[in-house]
Design a protein around this ligand. Structure first.
Ligand code: TYD
Ligand code: MG
Length: 453
């Protein structure tokens, strides 16, 4: 085989046998993105031989691989991974710069070094001294933990034979490179090839590998979306820079469920697990304040109580403003329209601000009713009683629709001392006994009558 060239888009990874511009990016964003030439070397002899050996086999002849998970010792991380990390798996951890990815992985490396040494931490972004400084801050001694500031992945590969790590951390995939490729570190070609190389290494050595990936402002893993398809598990580490709370979310997991979350708090000496996130979010809740409503959310299998706040105030001039933090803007606008039309709350001349307290985020429709009630409560300047939680999806005709996992939501609320709940009427038919007093409502109007009198 000879070397050949392909032309690749550096934004979305589109590959073409000819030079030109990217049709995908043009279609999506209307912009012309020039394709960049990449030399493609033939696969090395070893890989060709491995490919030739592999043959289809009957399903019953295939031996089950025992994948004993290694518990990292960080409970919130284990939960998101599905009960620990699987040897031979590749885990990508994405997140904004500065959110705490390096901190999380250094703490993970320390924990793994205790249960599955040795662990190799390759820092391609910071010098060994910088990482050491962070380790000092976290109080990490370093038994069984090897640190290496290196960004040439071929060197790392060569060293694996003598170190024989059971877990490998690459911080970050955008700064390591393979010298045989001509493109710069961080380009699509490099990231893709480095990812594929690490996958082969992890699988071949039964070594768990963690990769850090930076996320662009738009929320995509920068440039190389291809990596998401390649790896076994994709976790996102998110939160507000100026809030202490951080959420680790699984968006893909070949060895566990997605939509599971782990909650951490960034403290002075590293990330601390938050075992009781609801308590954390409700800690500063005002009592009997108009516009404040507690919603019982569910993240994966985990109930999470959050405080929704709304402030409705007369607009001084022009088009009234709608500002939303921690929830979907369009969804909130829709709910405000429902509130106006179906419950007669005149919001057309009002500014509306909606916020999830403590830097939290609501994604599920079960929080709809909470948004509606919070806005109405603020408009009427009438508080919702402090010991009531609200759950329910709201439809365009003002109906309140059933939600999933009502029992889990209400059990969490009961544990935190709530004694009453306003829930969708349709959820109450033939249900098991609920842990607190539930009041079923079928419409937004009925919910407002029940909560605001
Ligand atoms: P870092 O892990 O470097 O983020 P990333 O690798 O995602 O870019 O963490 C950066 C932030 O975390 C930085 O602003 C300082 C803060 N931090 C703490 O608040 N406490 C700590 O113990 C540590 C190590 C960092
Ligand atoms: Mg970092």
């Amino acid at each position: 085989m000879r070397d050949r060239s392909i032309w690749r888009c550096q934004q979305c990874g589109f590959a073409s046998p000819k030079p030109g511009t990217c049709p995908d990016c043009k279609r999506a964003a209307g912009e012309l993105v020039a394709l960049v030439e990449e030399r493609v070397a033939p696969p090395p002899a070893a890989r060709r031989a491995a490919l030739a050996q592999s043959r289809p086999r009957p399903l019953r002849d295939i031996a089950m691989e025992r994948s004993d998970r290694i518990r990292t010792g960080i409970g919130e991380l284990d939960r998101v991974l599905g009960g620990g990390v699987v040897p031979g798996s590749l885990v990508l951890i994405g997140g904004d710069p500065g959110i705490g990815k390096s901190t999380l992985l250094l703490q993970t490396a320390r924990a793994l070094a205790a249960t599955a040494p040795p662990v190799l931490y390759v820092s391609a972004e910071e010098s060994a001294a910088q990482v050491k400084l962070r380790a000092e801050r976290l109080g990490i001694g370093g038994d069984g933990l090897l640190l290496w500031a290196e960004n040439d992945l071929a060197q790392v590969q060569a060293e694996l034979d003598s170190v024989k790590p059971r877990a490998l951390v690459i911080d970050s995939i955008q700064t390591v490179f393979l010298p045989e490729l001509e493109s710069a570190p961080g380009s699509v070609a490099q990231v893709r090839e480095c990812g594929a190389r690490l996958m082969t290494l992890a699988k071949g050595r039964d070594m768990a590998a963690f990769l850090v990936g930076h996320v662009t402002k738009e929320g995509a893993l920068a440039g190389p979306r291809v990596l998401e398809h390649l790896v076994d598990t994709v976790l996102y580490f998110e939160g507000e820079q100026h809030h202490a709370y951080r959420v680790l979310r699984a968006v893909k997991n070949r060895f566990g469920s997605t939509n599971e979350i782990g909650v951490f708090q960034m403290a002075d000496r590293g990330l601390v697990e938050v075992k009781n996130p609801s308590g954390f979010f409700l800690a500063e809740r005002p009592k009997d304040a108009p516009g404040s409503v507690i919603v019982a959310g569910l993240e994966g299998t985990r109930p999470l109580l959050l405080e929704l706040q709304a402030l409705v105030a007369p607009a001084s001039f022009g088009t009234p403003r709608r500002t939303v933090l921690g929830a979907d803007y369009n969804r909130v606008c829709l709910l405000l329209a429902v509130l106006e039309k179906r419950a007669g709350v005149p919001l057309a001349s009002q500014d509306v601000f909606v916020n999830v307290a403590g830097g939290g985020r609501v994604v599920e429709p079960a929080a709809d009713l909470g948004v509606v009630v919070a806005a109405a409560s603020s408009y009427m300047d009438r508080p919702v009683r402090g010991d009531v939680v609200v759950v329910g999806e709201v439809g365009l005709t003002g109906e309140v629709r059933a939600v999933t996992g009502l029992m889990a939501r209400l059990s969490e609320a009961a544990q935190l001392g709530f004694s009453e709940a306003v829930v969708p009427q349709s959820n109450l038919i033939d249900g098991p006994r609920l842990p607190l007093q539930a009041h079923g409502v079928a419409t937004v109007q009925a919910a407002l009558d029940a909560l605001l009198g």
